[in-house]
Design a protein around this ligand. Structure first.
Ligand SMILES: C[S@@+](CC[C@H](N)C(=O)[O-])C[C@H]1O[C@@H](n2cnc3c(N)ncnc32)[C@H](O)[C@@H]1O
Length: 394
């Protein structure tokens, strides 16, 4: 039976995340702000953990109730579900809170109220209580407070993974200002790149855009452990806390793991058009190499040390993606203006017929490209308001 799930996603990528959830069979999919609401049955929830590239978290809705005071929150949490199944004292937990309602304006106090409601209930009913564990808890509980159609509402959820899903496990090494993996996946999704034309990143840093692009084109499920692709029946997934929930079905989970891995095995021999990254900094380039290796994508991604301004096109036109430095420090701005100007010159001279997608956190620098964007998608990169800009190079 389908159940309410809220996917927490990068701001700006709600429509992409909704389409991704629909593609794995989610029902009643509705994009919200920084989230997508949908319904999934248990197989669909497992599939989403294995295959969806955009969510930070998949939150399984335990209960929704009217809530405009601490007392209502406390009572609503205690009544929400049978906590002896969902949170036995042997399970550690952590509470996260988003949103506010009048009377519950401070996330920290709302989280404390949820914690108190739970441990009081456990002590009273079970004679023992769970530990609060901030790092690797058995259950991450998420409370969202906000206005519903019938007034202030609380929605209490449990996260299907204790770690954020953007951590795929291939990135031990991080460049100077790496993109989160799920943001990179969403940006690539917007380009529509499908592996049939070349993809270049002249400022590739730790390689996130290229890795996510190749992984997507090769149907590598982000929920599997990174590393050499095994035959599907040997595939191993990352550990997800939803497998310890009441009602978990490990046979169903295994079937989803094998099905996701089969798609990757079938795509493994697929030839991709060239995927090439340049990076000026030798140390950062080494990090990109080790990430590409950890993601088992070495045959498909070529990395070179070099100046991205001098990149040369392969014969067939394709897509340039990049996230050049924005330069937070003053004084860097003049050099960066020159960098953007020279990049624009090189693209206009050598890349006719290509498409450029550039992540910009600084409109003044982007103007130095001397090109006119045909599409601007607002996204947030680590809290910085950015635009994913598309340019047709003539
Ligand atoms: C914002 S970071 C890119 C981060 C990357 N998207 C990632 O996820 O790791 C910009 C990168 O451009 C590199 N860089 C700066 N100037 C360059 C140049 N002229 N040519 C090539 N790379 C350059 C920096 O060393 C840095 O790694």
């Amino acid at each position: 039976m389908a159940h309410g799930v809220i996917a927490v996603v990068p701001p700006g990528l709600e429509a992409q995340a909704a389409a991704e959830l629909e593609s794995i069979g989610a029902l009643d999919v509705q994009p919200l702000r920084r989230a997508v609401r949908c319904r999934l049955d248990l197989a669909g929830l497992y599939r989403a953990h294995l295959r969806c590239r955009l969510p930070f978290r998949l939150l399984y809705v335990l209960a929704s109730f009217g809530c405009s005071s601490r007392e209502q929150l406390y009572a609503g949490v205690q009544r929400a579900v049978d906590w002896s199944c969902w949170l036995p004292p042997s399970c550690s937990f952590r509470v996260e809170v988003s949103g506010t309602v009048p009377g519950l304006n401070h996330s920290h106090y709302s989280a404390l109220e949820v914690k108190n409601a739970l441990v009081d209930w456990q002590r009273q009913e079970l004679g023992d209580r769970s530990d609060v564990e901030l790092e690797q808890p058995d259950r991450v509980l998420h409370l969202h407070l906000g206005q519903g159609s019938r007034g202030p509402m609380a929605t209490l959820c449990v996260a299907g993974s204790s770690e954020s899903l953007h951590r795929r496990g291939y990135r031990a090494a991080m460049g100077l200002a790496p993109l989160k993996e799920n943001l990179a996946a969403g940006l690539i999704d917007l380009t529509g790149w499908d592996g049939s034309v070349p993809l270049l990143d002249p400022f590739c840093g730790s390689g996130t855009l290229l890795i996510e692009a190749a992984a997507r084109a090769l149907k590598r499920p982000p929920g599997l452990l990174p590393g050499p692709l095994a035959p599907a029946h040997h595939a191993q997934a990352r550990p997800f806390s939803c497998l310890d929930w009441p009602g978990a079905d490990l046979g169903l989970w295994r079937a989803e793991v094998v099905a996701a891995a089969e798609a990757a095995v079938a795509a493994a021999s697929r030839p991709l058009a060239p995927v090439i990254g340049w990076e000026l900094d030798a140390e950062v380039l080494e990090q990109a190499r080790s990430n590409v290796k950890a993601a088992d994508l070495e045959p498909w991604i070529a990395l070179q040390q070099g100046d991205g301004r001098q990149l040369e096109p392969p014969e067939q036109p394709g897509i340039v993606v990049c996230n050049p430095p924005y330069g937070a420090r003053l004084g860097e701005q003049e050099d960066l203006r020159e960098l953007y100007f020279q990049l624009g010159q090189q693209l206009k001279q050598r890349f006719s017929g290509w498409t450029l997608w550039l992540l910009s956190g600084n409109p003044e620098l982007t103007r130095s490209l001397g090109m006119k964007a045909s599409r601007r998608v607002p996204v947030s990169n680590g809290g910085i308001d950015c635009r994913w800009l598309r340019y047709e190079i003539r």
